[in-house]
Design a protein around this ligand. Sequence first.
Ligand SMILES: Cc1ncc(C[n+]2csc(CCOP(=O)(O)OP(=O)(O)O)c2C)c(N)n1
Length: 352
Amino acid sequence: MLQTAQRGKKSKKTAPEKPASKKGQVHERYVEAFRWMLTARILEDKLASLYRGGMIVGGVYLGRGQEAVSAACGIFLKKGDVFGPLIRDQAGRSAFGEPLLDVVRTYLGSVKGPMRGRDGNIHRGRPRENELAMISHLGAMIPVMVGKLLAKRMKGEKEFVGLTTLGEGGMQTGASHEGLNIAAVEQVPLVVVVTNNHWAYSTPNEREFACANLVDRAIGYGYEGHKIDGTDLNQCLEVIETAVKRARAGRPPQLVVAEVLRLAGHGEHDDASYVPQEMKAQPFAQDPVARTEKYILENGLLDEDKLKQMRAEIAKQVDEAVATAQQEDPPYPREEDWRSMSTDELIDKPSF
Ligand SMILES: Cc1ncc(C[n+]2csc(CCOP(=O)(O)OP(=O)(O)O)c2C)c(N)n1
């Protein structure tokens, strides 16, 4: 599961890792992560149905199949840590503290949303809370995260970690390479979690990269690498917790590669008819939410009634958020003072 890169001469002393959590704590954390997974699943199912009903314009992008790895990305970060989520990270965003209302307001174009109704889906962020606004240009989140971590270091902040996620397609861009490289050169406390969901839109793995496994690149970049089954929540939690602890303790940047199948289209406009049936029968194609639920019941972490109650609570929260956002106004373009230019003078004035 773990491949360790050789440390160069810049090695810092490694802080001793704490002993493994007690069984009860591990179970508690497992159930907590499951709640975030279920929150993402229920919320995203709702968003998909609103989209099909013509209530959402633009696109809807789901993290179905990636909930376990994403929840594990959000759950171990503390105050002062930075999270750079991507397109399929609703579970991680929720675990990191993003309110459901932020999501629904963005998708429904409410002026009260974090993007003031100017973004239709996933580019929202909460910079004050260290959740970076997502950049669509594949790979760009890595250099941005590295810059953020360098800035924090220059300000004298200590013991922080940055975690950003990436698709296996995004890992093939120049921006990813530059970002991954400079993070190791500067030894910033970074964790990069790559989720290989086997498709970049309709492009399969064999048209994306030619190495045996993406985690092999860890050694070349000077990272510590970990490979996980992204449908197994226990593995996701154990390995991502270790990676976060290692980065915090001053070890080299950490690369985690999780194998899953994207259990949806690229977006809800895509029926994913290009995914072969045989692939859907592979172990990496398991539904992590169903798998986790089964584990919870088989191991007596919660019973059927408690699970039912959890579902009902989340569904209620989602419905309330939707009902609130649906009553809110869209942005008023002529009154908006938000701009992409730094000063008003740079903006072309409308002639009307
Ligand atoms: C530099 C760049 N090239 C192309 C695109 C268009 N695009 C958006 S998502 C996507 C596929 C991304 O695949 P992957 O990184 O594997 O993530 P996934 O969607 O599978 O989660 C593409 C090609 C883009 N956003 N940025």
